[in-house]
Design a protein around this ligand. Sequence first.
Ligand SMILES: Cc1cc2nc3c(=O)[nH]c(=O)nc-3n(C[C@H](O)[C@H](O)[C@H](O)COP(=O)(O)OP(=O)(O)OC[C@H]3O[C@@H](n4cnc5c(N)ncnc54)[C@H](O)[C@@H]3O)c2cc1C
Length: 449
Amino acid sequence: MITPNESKQEDMGQDKERQLRPRVLLAAFLRYPAAMRSYSALSLLRQGLAGHRGWDRAWRDADPASHYDVVIIGGGGHGLSTAYYLARKHGLSKVAVLERGWLGGGNSGRNTQVCRSNYFYPESAAFYEHSLRLFESLSGELNFNVMFSSRGNLELSHGLEELEINRRWANAMTLNGIDSELLDRDDIRRMVPILDLDCRFPVVGGFVQRRAGIARHDAVAWAFARGASAHGVDIVQRCEVLGFERGDSRIRAVNTSRGTIAADRFALCVAGHSGALAAKAGLRLPIHSIALQAMVTEPVKPVLDTVVGSAVIHCYVSQSDRGEIVIGGGADPFNSYAQRGALPTTQDNAAAVRELFPGFGRLRVMRQWAGVCDIAPDSSPVVGCTPIENLYLSAGWGTGGFKAIPAGGDTLAHTIASGEPHPLLRPFALDRFRTGCLIDEGAAAGVAH
Ligand SMILES: Cc1cc2nc3c(=O)[nH]c(=O)nc-3n(C[C@H](O)[C@H](O)[C@H](O)COP(=O)(O)OP(=O)(O)OC[C@H]3O[C@@H](n4cnc5c(N)ncnc54)[C@H](O)[C@@H]3O)c2cc1C
């Protein structure tokens, strides 16, 4: 039997518990286990209540071990996504990514973010479509908002001859199972009212891939780094590969600014430095390096909700989520390893944009920069196995490899793990320069990127 006193004590205990419960729940809520620390609205709320002091580092900044199953050279998007898929899909976690600077400090963090699969040849279409599909679900896959926005990519035609070529291009896409839509002048006027259709080279039509768009470039590199690190991959920054130790037909180790690191397999993912670094391993590549530049203006209110490209006037433009007008155009017409680009090209790119969008002439340019791109003679990537038994290559992405990051990593990881080229990669093998089976997208699709 419960006495009134006991009942009173019990009531007091329950009151206390009622008072304590929110605090206990809050404490548990803030101390949730590390494994549960996925990015979500709930974790944002939780961290907001805790003053944002509990976020984990997105990836471990590891010290290099002496031996790995796979060493990936280059911490750009391709190196990081290859590491991620090696660990996530193929269970290889003794993997290191060696980056001489900081993650995404190369072209992966310098590009204009366009993602599309509007290529001409079936081989390219199949590969880039795989990549676009991966982009569409990438934020969910990596639990990191890569800000993929399928706002469409419009290619303009400035004369009847170009209209004919663009129709051929759009029809090839349809035959390859990829969305494309031919547009006339009125369609384009409705879609991009700010565009001057009656510019010096009047716009007569065009075509759009509506599923194409942009993704935040840094976020893509960071998302793959976080995913790879969570699967046990060592990410080693400020670690420059200086040379290779060769055994007969294999590479035994790399000499780096942080010591010698041995591995069973190596992958070279160093973009504009592919030719120079491969030469140190004794491999000659048909790749040359050029600077491609871009710039952004001061931010303005939303005026452009699609990507617009013109092969004739030679520029492409989009508006970032922050409101900046993002401008890309031609590459410098000479080889270079300088990450800044030449002034005449900057002027040409600015003039091209003013031609199409006279209103943008009033905007101030906030930043201009360049990245060193690796160009193959047919403007297609060179990916897969090499004559050196345990060296794999991810190169030749040139001015268009950002959109290829998910598929490039997925298919190269398959190739490294199985020793057999992924079916989507077979056409892009290095030996096409011996067999002559080139995939000349530069000629077929005009603008190479
Ligand atoms: C201005 C510009 C605009 C572009 N626009 C687009 C676009 O809109 N859409 C698109 O699809 N593509 C675009 N691209 C191309 C795209 O950015 C690249 O093809 C892609 O990012 C290549 O990725 P990656 O991982 O191969 O190279 P990177 O991101 O350059 O990574 C290579 C890494 O290797 C590291 N490295 C080099 N040498 C060594 C060494 N010895 N040891 C260790 N690390 C080393 C570098 O520091 C670098 O971080 C653009 C490029 C530029 C420059």
